[in-house]
Design a protein around this ligand. Sequence first.
Ligand SMILES: Cc1ncc(COP(=O)(O)O)c(C=O)c1O
Length: 352
Amino acid sequence: MPLIDLSISNPTKVGISLPDPFAFSSLRGSNYEPRANGALELREEICRYYATEFNSVLHADRILITTSTSEAYSYCFKLIADPGASVLLPQPSYPLLQFLVEAEGLQPKSYAMHEACGQWILDRENLIATCDSSTRAIILVHPNNPTGHFLTNEDLHWLLEFSRDKYWLICDEVFADYVWSQQPGQIRSLSQIPAENVFCLSGISKICALPQMKLGWIAMPPASAVHRALDLVADTYLSVSSPIQAAASQWLSNRTSFQAPIRSRCMENLQWIQDSIQGSAWSLLPVEAGWAAILQGPSTIDEEQQVLTLLKKGFSVHPGFYYDLPFQPSFVLSLLTPPADFRAGISAIIAS
Ligand SMILES: Cc1ncc(COP(=O)(O)O)c(C=O)c1O
């Protein structure tokens, strides 16, 4: 019997009927006109995205196109740090970050976030203590994956003040469009705040649920010296395909068509967990945004043992320790999971 994967986050493999991307744009581009920072039409569309979604005014010169958000990270690292330097990563967060940092010959160091009454707070003292003379950058995943929280405006302002003139801030905002609940006035993108040291990263793998098209970008700080230096990094590879760049403007401007079925799947599954844990010893951490949910169990349950038991029952689920979650037992579930699988999985988890 095939395993039911409760952690599946590939939107093309979860039975969601997504629009055909080629109904919006066919792939065209028989000419090759390489541009290090990417096609102007697409960079202008990305600026319109920031203006519409976050009220942020960016000029197309501040956008640099990459083949993915992951590549965007690597370009930033090449620019800002020499091998051996350290980069601070949020804990808990997306496990790939460590590998992206190490792949550039840099040292990952973690800074902590704590959860209290459903709210995640930056441990400022821990972050200050983790910085040293080797530190070049601090990564922020906003909203975070898998906790689904936005850093509070207070913590964001503190972080901006703390890092100014000392460290680069790299803010991964790939899930910023998928908001389920948020504090009034929440800053959803660091592009909303003028700063000289911030790179905002995103891409269409989440915004348009098109991971197969391989397209991301960096919204760079205003200084033209930074643009020139990153242009040189990108010019060394010229990795983004021209036809994809031409089509991506259309996909991005039609993002709501791609997002609508993803939103309804996530909301349906979220509602299902909220209803099914009522009166049980399990709790759901508040999910402000994103495609994941964290279920916290009673302390009598051993996290690893529970994952092994679930495997025997035919379900695969991510234990919280994969993401360095600071409490056990906890399980990370993908809100994209097909509803029937999701319901069966939740029942199996909470029945134990
Ligand atoms: C927080 C976060 N950033 C970046 C990525 C990777 O994005 P891309 O497909 O654009 O490389 C993911 C993928 O799941 C993610 O969860």
